[in-house]
Write a protein that binds this ligand. Structure first.
Ligand SMILES: [Zn+2]
Length: 496
């Protein structure tokens, strides 16, 4: 009897201790956030800037999947548009055309350093001016024609308004303004504008990266598209939150093939090529990769947690204990599931042509997206182990490794965070790191910098979000102004 009491007492003490730790951590849970002074919008002719932006949307720099459908004249027209619109920039910066169509600008830093100081490392600012095609069946749903560059309702409408001509043209505006104001950078700034990001960037950004590598250029940080200031997108989070992409998932397409003798369906074997392949595919779906919280996602959850009601905040403040529970919850929705594991999607299945003939071959494609930390070789080998059938041939069609995770407690990350807050009228903004499930051109620059970030200086809500690669792509004029000011102040801060 006494020993039971002793045990109970011990249990109660442990429980009290545990809850104290949980509560203590919850109350200690806060973002070390500096509130930066706001900077007024720069004064410039915004009306003319909006016109130039609208004009850029009229140029059909469409990246079709089939290279033959692409129009090189549109790209050249876009180059000319930039040249005419930003004369000072083109006078001051050195322009190299990479592989004919992608652009690399070099703004040389003028530092008056003494011989004991080392010149700060250069910075790379990136964007892409190609856009995705319009699905013809949705054309009549566009409020304004996608390539007219209409300005209406305080908004600029058209394909590329968000992704990513807004970044290209606002960045150019910012540099043009800085040059006009007499600004001189004290370090080298490079600007890379890709022409084929929407089809992988292999002809553009990848070649630009090769070129810079051959010149042994290394960057303090790289900034590309891919993160945004958002509001009302994440449930339960009222404040605007700026998410800065610090990593990208990898990509792997596997082709699975099975063969069998074929023949007449009236005398079938025990298992056909279709049956064998199906078993393999079912095995794959039934064996998802193990979930885990990578640093970027953990950072995002912790920032979001600050905004959540007490019970959820307690969970987020104590991931050391609740991680398995959080992972289980996140597995339920495809969106959150994609951020915690390497996913595998069965996307293509081909077999058979006639109802009474046994097919000799069946094939399928599985598309995987790798979580940072997993690699192509190890993922392929896990899939082969899962299938556990030597008669299923597995070949890799295309693979891109996941990126490393850039430091989000660094000075550079804070600089982006600070600049975004300073040019934003919203009083309070949260900033969080994020893992991108899609890819950007910046993946080609991973070996040129340890710090690769993805952020557009604009705010998007649910309706503008649906314009991404979709219908009615648009950007409010105020957001376009924010983007110009974001780049302008960021470049100024680089001299600090
Ligand atoms: Zn894009």
């Amino acid at each position: 009897m006494r020993s039971i009491f002793k045990l109970l007492k011990l249990l109660i003490i442990l429980l009290v201790l545990l809850s104290s730790v949980l509560l203590y951590r919850t109350f200690q849970f806060q973002q070390d956030k500096v509130n930066y002074d706001k900077i007024n919008l720069i004064s410039m002719d915004y009306e003319a800037a909006v016109k130039r932006f609208a004009q850029s949307l009229q140029i059909k720099t469409i990246s079709y999947q089939n290279p033959e459908d692409r129009d090189p004249n549109a790209i050249i027209e876009f180059h000319q548009f930039l040249l005419q619109s930003f004369p000072r920039l083109h006078q001051q910066l050195e322009l190299t055309k990479i592989n004919q169509y992608s652009l690399l600008y070099h703004w040389k830093g003028e530092s008056d350093l003494n011989q004991h100081q080392t010149k700060p490392k250069p910075i790379l600012l990136m964007a892409h001016f190609d856009v995705v095609p319009i699905n013809p069946s949705t054309l009549d749903q566009w409020q304004y024609p996608p390539f007219d560059g209409v300005v209406a309702e305080q908004t600029i409408w058209g394909r590329g308004a968000l992704d990513d001509k807004s970044a290209v043209v606002s960045l150019m505006e910012a540099v043009e303004q800085l040059i006009s104001s007499g600004f001189k950078p004290n370090r080298d700034i490079y600007i890379s504008l890709g022409h084929d990001e929407e089809v992988g960037g292999l002809e553009g950004a990848a070649k630009t990266a090769e070129y810079l590598k051959s010149k042994a250029v290394e960057f303090e940080f790289v900034l590309d598209e891919g993160g945004f200031l958002t509001q009302d997108i994440i449930k339960g989070v009222k404040l605007p939150i700026g998410v800065i992409g610090v990593a990208e998932k990898g990509y792997l397409s596997l082709k699975l093939t099975t063969q069998s003798a074929g023949g007449h369906s009236s005398v079938p074997p025990d298992i056909t090529s279709i049956g064998r392949l199906s078993r393999a595919l079912v095995a794959i779906e039934e064996h998802p990769f193990k979930p885990r919280l990578v640093a970027a996602t953990r950072g995002l959850l912790q920032t979001l947690g600050l905004q959540m009601p007490f019970a959820k905040r307690l969970v987020m403040a104590n991931l050391w204990l609740f991680e398995p529970f959080v992972l289980q919850q996140m597995s339920h929705s495809p969106l959150t599931n994609a951020s915690i594991r390497t996913t595998q999607a069965l996307t293509v299945f081909n077999a058979g042509s006639k109802e009474n003939v046994l097919p000799t071959e069946a094939s399928a494609i599985v598309n995987l997206r790798l979580l940072p930390g997993d690699n192509l070789k190890q993922v392929l080998s896990q899939v082969v182990t899962t299938i556990n059938d030597p008669l299923v041939k597995v070949e890799s069609l295309r693979g891109i490794e996941a990126t490393s995770i850039s430091d989000f407690e660094s000075y550079n990350f804070e600089l982006l965070s600070k600049t975004l807050q300073q040019v934003s009228p919203e009083a309070d903004i949260l900033i969080a790191p994020n893992l991108l499930s899609g890819g950007t051109d910046s993946k080609h620059f991973i070996s040129l910098s340890e710090n690769v970030y993805r952020l557009n200086g604009v705010k998007v809500d649910k309706t503008s979000f649906s314009g991404f690669h979709g219908i009615n792509e648009h950007l409010a004029i105020d957001e376009y102004k924010r983007s110009i000011n974001f780049y302008y102040q960021l470049i100024r801060h680089l001299n600090d």
